[in-house]
Design a protein around this ligand. Structure first.
Ligand code: HEM
Length: 459
């Protein structure tokens, strides 16, 4: 609906009225406008108070909710740590262990029982455990062989969903509901309390460890690296800002779970669904894995993948990129204008206006992708055997400009490892007759999950 109307309007329209809480604003899918907003006039288009106000209870001042100097500092720290070779090695090993020791075992069990199960649920559990291990060195164990109920994971899901409800109703409705603690606001408060309790406990325990050991030099997860950094700062007698308070660490934990849990798991769910509908693509992915394994694997008994093998999986990467074009994990984004402005297509922007851009719609327009935009064609992304990234403002799946996703590399490594590990062992059969539709929330879940069975492959 959104795609049809915004295309009909020529790529941009103003809205006013009952939408998004009786608001005034702009919806655009014009890449020139997006480049202007995300890069050329970045300063004029922060996340803004409208977004921050609604997400404050859950995210507080975490990186997703911050602007200006606070955001800059948080991004600098996150980027430095996440791109360090120490973290990259740590994440690769822990990710590989989780795939081989838990995910593959669970898949074996599902294949043996030959019963249908919800693949999206399993992937959400995997990415949840994976981000908690990589970012805070804690394994919540949600990927256990019996698929245990993990209250914290559920609370997290509810907290994001109820937060989104605030975007769908006027300020003067949800604010009093929040004040009196009624309706969905009561549930939101309870869910946020649980999420913060988990984060507080993690931070407290790590501080205790630090006190006991005197340093956290042996721990490679992000939280420990940040705490160690703070400790070294104290040693140097540097004035400590609120960046390294317990609250800062809690915000860090919540933001990273939001960033790292749902995004890759829902991306993989749509990917498996698309692959099963496109046997030619599946065949090419398998041929690529076979060829790389045949050439690079030296130990006969080895089952997991090396970083080099994953790097060489160009076709698989293209298939994931293409799947994200059609089903972007973050389907809609918004900014708020600080001052009056004019967008490159001539649209006038008033101070305070909210600008929405639909990443979902941008992946579905003929003027960008051609008349075969509806086709799942990984070949779009390959030229001379290499990945072509194209214009970053036409493909804003990972955002673009200064706020480009910090976890993009992590995400691709994780998605490739999971996709290759499952596909080389099993043919994923989607159960017929189920309704495959997206869910209306900040992340593009499949509303009813994805029920599948697994058929072992004769590799
Ligand atoms: C398919 C996977 C992923 C997609 C499609 C994706 C997409 C995005 C998008 C659209 C944003 C901008 C959000 C906004 O400003 O509102 C973003 C930001 C971010 N992402 Fe990702 N992401 C993915 C995976 C990850 C993972 C696995 C991590 C962490 C390990 C991560 C960490 C972050 C962080 C920290 C930011 C904030 C950057 C900033 O504001 O400066 N992302 N991502």
């Amino acid at each position: 609906w959104c795609t049809r109307d915004v295309v009909r309007a020529g790529g941009t329209f103003h809205y006013r009225g009952v939408w998004f809480g009786g608001a005034y604003g702009i919806m655009t899918i014009n890449p020139a406008n997006i480049e202007h907003i995300l890069k050329n006039n970045f300063k004029n288009y922060p996340k803004g108070e409208y977004f921050r106000d609604r997400f404050r209870d859950l995210l507080e001042d975490g990186i997703f909710n911050a602007d200006d100097e606070l955001w800059k500092e948080e991004r600098r720290v996150a980027k430095t740590e996440m791109h360090s070779s120490r973290f990259l090695e740590h994440t690769f090993t822990t990710m590989s262990d989780l795939v081989e020791e838990k995910l593959v075992k669970l898949m074996e069990k599902m294949a043996t029982s030959n019963k249908a199960f919800d693949l999206q649920d399993v992937l959400l559990r995997f990415t949840f455990d994976n981000i908690c291990i990589s970012a805070f060195g804690v394994d919540p164990g949600s990927l256990g062989i019996d698929l245990p109920e993990v209250p914290f994971a559920k609370a997290f899901e509810e907290a994001t969903e109820y937060t989104l409800t605030r975007f769908l109703m006027p300020y003067f409705v949800w604010k009093p509901m929040r004040f009196f603690g009624i309706g969905f606001e009561r549930k939101l408060k309870k869910a946020v309390r649980l999420v913060h309790a988990f984060a507080n406990k993690t931070v407290r325990e790590r501080r205790n460890k630090m006190r006991k050991l005197g340093n956290l030099n042996d721990l490679d997860d992000l939280l420990s690296r940040l705490m160690q950094r703070e400790y070294e700062k104290e040693e140097e007698d540097t004035p400590r800002g609120n960046y390294y308070s317990d609250k800062y660490f809690r915000e860090f934990c919540t933001s990273f779970i939001i960033a790292g849990r749902d995004t890759t798991s829902v991306a993989l769910t749509w990917f498996f669904w698309l692959v099963q509908q496109n046997p030619e693509v599946e065949k090419r992915i398998l041929n690529e894995i076979r060829e790389i394994r045949g050439r690079l694997v030296t130990q006969e008994t080895k089952t997991g993948f090396e970083a080099e093998e994953l790097r060489e999986m160009v076709y698989l990467q293209a298939a994931l990129t293409e799947s994200l074009r059609l089903y972007p994990s973050v389907p809609m984004e918004m900014k708020q204008a600080l001052e009056d402005d004019v967008l490159p297509d001539g649209t006038r922007v008033k101070k305070g206006a909210r600008i929405f851009y639909s990443v979902f719609s941008m992946g579905r327009i003929e003027s960008i992708w051609g008349n075969d935009w509806e086709d799942f064609k990984p070949e779009r992304w390959i030229k001379d055997g290499r990945i072509v990234s194209g214009d970053q403002f036409k493909y804003v799946v990972f955002n673009a400009g200064p706020r480009l996703c910090v976890g993009k590399k992590f995400a691709y490594t994780q998605m490739k490892m999971v996709a290759a590990s499952i596909l080389m062992r099993y043919s994923v059969k989607v159960v017929q007759g189920q309704e495959i539709v997206p869910k209306l929330t900040t992340t593009l879940y499949m509303k009813n999950g994805l029920r599948v069975t697994l058929q072992p492959r004769d590799w």
